[in-house]
Design a protein around this ligand. Structure first.
Ligand code: ARG
Ligand code: ZN
Length: 896
């Protein structure tokens, strides 16, 4: 059944308190709950409680057991008839953790108990109004065998712990803050614990703890440090403080997503907790810091103020991703000079925008496109999307850009003043922001801006300029366009309206200098333009030279820009734009155009990287960037990295993926070939033996060094091959070791059985996260064919039901191996369909995610397009697939 946002109705009962008692047993866990209920109306009403895959043992009101005709039970839940007044509802039921492979509700992993309740997992634990606007105070009693489960955790503060008969023990936890059921958590098992006390800004001492599997203690230091930094940062930047006496993080190896912000008891995928220099890469370190921050920041943006219903998911996710991005940017630039800090922030911005363009732009152009506040869904798990998260963060960032840091923080303060302890909507957030905006600027108005919440799609802004030298006047005309996408196409009577697009704007002279200008009577080097109509004209005065516009600086809005830049103009921006983001963007445009030029060559396959004629201006640009000592290494490696091929896949109509991959490789390798000397000088300069440290500078050095190594191995430079082998053998950290290994595997022949790969597996086979890297590296290598992937599935270390492992092999192959996946015989698509169906039998959420690989099937050339459609239709024809999977496949095929 389709759930509609407009159908929202408040729950007719309040539940002031709930007591839960768990008898934790692997096969059958018994859960007793006591709810203190108060009806909101005087007349008697039915009380609905969600419940799935549960066995109901007993239900009573005020200690009187209900009779069969007092309630109705079906596979979705329990309805209790004619409830009124104040009453105590007691329910006993049981669930089956051991056989629960959905990883929602209560489940087992590595012999321990864990829970995942967001969005609708609590209903798999016990009968309860499992909706975010029902908030209650929880007291939780956990009973389990003490030997096997010496640690018993739940939300909030530990009230008591005592031994029971027969080797059992119990712990009682109390969370003083009202919360919805989706924030409930419990954990039971035996763990390594890393902990410390930390002093808050107000002097309070809090206990910070990281729990992880036994034997992993040496991998939890970074997570604990990151947690402490998150707490400090939220205090200084947002004036928000930890509201509990203890904060726990638990790592689990079976987890559907990244992590979960359960109140005071965050549960994390091990991939976002465990790291040491020997096992984790720089990217892993950054990911851990970001996700630890993200979940911690949810304590205010998500937990203290939560969502009224799941249509408001971006209220907490978009805002928290924005906070997480700012946290990472601040951490990366901490302690640097002003100039270097600016560059470090640009590097972070580039990473965030690349991610958006790689994942969210294609989503926004697909049948699954949806506004950041959707109007309908079949299955909410399908809406934990990059639109809700990453585009949601961009919408918050636009507000931040328009209001400025100070006014934005006033808005946040007002948001908490109005809504602390409540379950609210995106509009409530916008109202608080608009209030702050208006305090600062009387005519401020977010009416048009709010359309970002109700309309989907990536707007395109076409810009034209006209310069008149005699009057020194520049006239810019901007026209925005955003055709209907996704479900919007099914609503002919809903008009799509213009967006409010803030465009950070500056002018650059032909010789690369910043050109000041007058606009609306003010003097500027940079100004924020507000495009709110379909078409608008902006007039700039006293523009001394025929200028080059620098548009949407720092990516001030999630839009695409059409402007007819000459290559010369782009080269000027690429060399001189003082906005580091836009300088990078100019380089991206230049190389994207070149890849598209190669793609269109009739005799593309006649060339190799030595013979193909690459635009010498690009080689010059690369050479200058490679040798510019003023450029920070991290930023330099961004300037020297080609756009993700998925961004290009989306930009070409009826795209032939094999041809694009060929064109892409040609350019990439020829940039290695023509700049061999320059790459070497970078490698040699940066390949210094230093102790491993994670900071912006060292990470940048490793990134550039390893990019150089990859470029040189790609052209089979014999010295590079031996250098890579040496680096693989001698590196003192995983970043360098893995970079060397992937260069060898991706660019040398017969790599699938190559010696270093075997050696790597042997050395790390006892660390699951490193084994994931081993699978992922092979799955995504252009040298890996479908047959090899099938072989790897039979490897004893492969396990389809562990999401990290499934992601490392199957998702990696389908998403990142263009050559192996997009076979003209369609066999990989059929393989994909098989895997989707197999996973769907035990974990619908992961199956539905894998199903999304073919979202944009209609953008491809034949025969790919029809073959993809055929594979989708195979899934659609299956009976008894999950509601998760059905929603994705039906939407993708436009079946309604
Ligand atoms: N709220 C979590 C986060 O973004 C995501 C949990 C979603 N869980 C799920 N099974 N869909 O931090
Ligand atoms: Zn989140």
């Amino acid at each position: 059944a389709t759930i509609l946002r407009e159908d929202y109705q408040a729950y007719p009962f309040e539940i002031s308190k709930v007591a839960l008692k768990f008898n934790l047993e692997p096969d059958t866990t018994r859960v007793s709950s006591t709810l203190h209920v108060k009806s909101k109306s005087v007349s008697a009403q039915d009380m609905y409680l969600h419940g799935e895959e549960l066995e109901l043992i007993d239900v009573s009101i005020n200690d009187v057991p209900l009779q069969a005709n007092d309630y109705h039970l079906d596979e979705d839940g329990l309805t209790i008839f004619n409830c009124s007044g104040n009453f105590t509802l007691s329910i006993t039921c049981s669930n089956k953790p051991e056989i629960n492979k959905t990883l929602m509700g209560l489940y087992r992993s590595g012999g321990h108990f864990y829970t995942q309740c967001e969005a609708e997992g609590f209903r798999r634990i016990t009968f309860y109004p499992d909706r975010p606007d029902v908030m209650s105070e929880f007291e939780v009693t956990l009973i389990a065998d003490k030997n096997t489960y010496p640690v018993l955790l739940s939300n909030g503060n530990l009230l008591s712990q005592e031994d029971l008969a027969d080797g059992y023990h119990q712990a009682v936890w109390h969370d003083p803050f009202k919360k919805p059921a989706y924030l409930f958590a419990l954990v039971a098992g035996a763990f390594d614990l890393r902990e410390k006390t930390s002093k808050l800004a107000d002097g309070r001492e809090v206990l910070l703890q990281i729990y992880s599997d036994q034997g992993t203690y040496d991998q939890t230091a970074w997570a604990l440090e990151s947690l402490e930094r998150s707490i400090r940062w939220d205090e200084t930047r947002f004036n928000l403080s930890l509201d509990l006496d203890r904060f726990m993080v638990v790592a689990v190896s079976d987890f559907n997503m990244g992590a979960m912000e359960n109140k005071g008891l965050n549960i994390f995928n091990t991939a976002y907790v465990l790291a040491n220099p020997q096992t984790a890469t720089d990217a892993n370190y950054a990911g851990i810091e970001a996700v630890i921050g993200h979940e911690y920041f949810h304590n205010w943006t998500g937990n203290r103020v939560t969502c009224r219903d799941w249509f408001q998911l971006s209220l907490k996710e978009g805002l928290t991703v924005f906070r997480e991005q700012e946290f990472s940017a601040d951490m990366m630039s901490m302690g640097l000079t002003e100039d270097m800090a600016k560059t470090a922030r640009a590097v972070k911005r580039i990473a965030d925008v690349s991610l958006l363009k790689t994942h969210q732009f294609p989503e926004d152009a697909s049948p699954m496109a949806h506004p950041i506040r959707p109007n309908s869904y079949e299955e909410i798990s399908n809406f934990y999307t990059s639109t809700i998260y990453e585009k949601g963060a961009e919408i918050i960032r636009m507000l931040h850009t328009m209001l400025g840091e100070e006014v934005f923080q006033q808005g946040m303060k007002e948001y908490f003043r109005r809504h602390d302890g409540q379950a609210v909507t995106c509009d409530d957030f916008l109202n608080a922001m608009e209030w702050a905006y208006q305090q600062h600027q009387a005519d401020a108005d977010l009416t048009i801006f709010r359309r970002w919440y109700s309309q989907a799609g990536t707007p395109n802004v076409a810009v034209e300029s006209h310069y008149d030298a005699s009057s020194q006047q520049l006239v810019l005309t901007m026209k925005q366009r955003c055709p209907k996408v996704g479900v919007e196409t099914l609503q002919p009577d809903v008009d799509k309206l213009p967006f409010h697009i803030p465009i950070a704007f500056a002018l650059v002279s032909k010789d690369g200098k910043a050109l000041p200008f007058e606009f609306n009577g003010g003097h500027y080097d940079e100004v924020l333009l507000h495009l709110t109509d379909e078409q608008q004209t902006f007039v700039f005065e006293r523009v001394e030279n025929d200028p080059i516009p620098s548009l949407v600086r720092n990516f001030s809005a999630p839009v695409t820009i059409d402007y007819d830049y000459t290559q010369e103009e782009l080269m000027t921006l690429a060399a001189h734009d003082s906005d580091h983001y836009n300088r990078w963007e100019a380089v991206q445009r230049i190389v994207s155009d070149e890849i598209k030029r190669l793609y269109a060559l009739d005799n593309l396959s006649d060339y190799d990287y030595k013979t193909v004629a690459i635009d010498p201006k690009i080689i010059d640009l690369w050479s200058r960037n490679l040798l510019d000592p003023a450029l920070d290494a991290a930023y330099r490696s961004e300037l020297l990295t080609l756009p993700n091929i998925k961004i290009l896949l989306e930009q070409i109509e009826a795209v032939d993926p094999q041809r694009l991959a060929l064109a892409y490789d040609l350019l990439e390798c020829s940039l290695g070939y023509h700049l061999q000397k320059q790459w070497w000088s970078n490698y040699i300069e940066l390949n210094i033996d230093t102790p491993y440290k994670v900071n912006a500078i060292e990470v940048g050095h490793r990134k550039l060094k390893n990019l150089a190594l990859k470029q040189l191995v790609a052209i089979h430079d014999p010295k590079a091959l031996s250098t890579a082998e040496m680096q693989f053998n001698q590196a003192n950290n995983m970043t360098d070791r893995l970079a060397a290994l992937s260069a060898l595997v991706n660019y040398t022949e017969d790599s699938c059985d190559c010696l270093p790969l075997n050696k790597f597996f042997e050395s790390y086979q006892h660390n699951p996260l490193v084994v994931d890297k081993w699978f992922a590296l092979q799955a995504s290598s252009p040298k890996t064919e479908l047959q090899h992937v099938k072989g790897l599935m039979a490897h004893p270390a492969f396990n389809l039901s562990n999401p990290n492992r499934a992601r490392s092999l199957i998702f990696q192959f389908c998403l990142n191996n263009i050559h192996g996946f997009h076979r003209p015989d369609g066999k990989s698509y059929l393989f994909w369909a098989d895997q989707v169906l197999q996973i769907d039998e035990f974990n619908p959420e992961i199956a539905a995610r894998l199903a999304r690989v073919l979202d944009n099937w209609s953008h491809y050339a034949e025969p790919y397009q029809s073959l993809m459609k055929g594979a989708l239709e195979q899934i659609a024809a299956q009976e008894n697939t999950s509601k998760n999977l059905r929603e994705i496949v039906n939407k993708t095929l436009h079946i309604t």
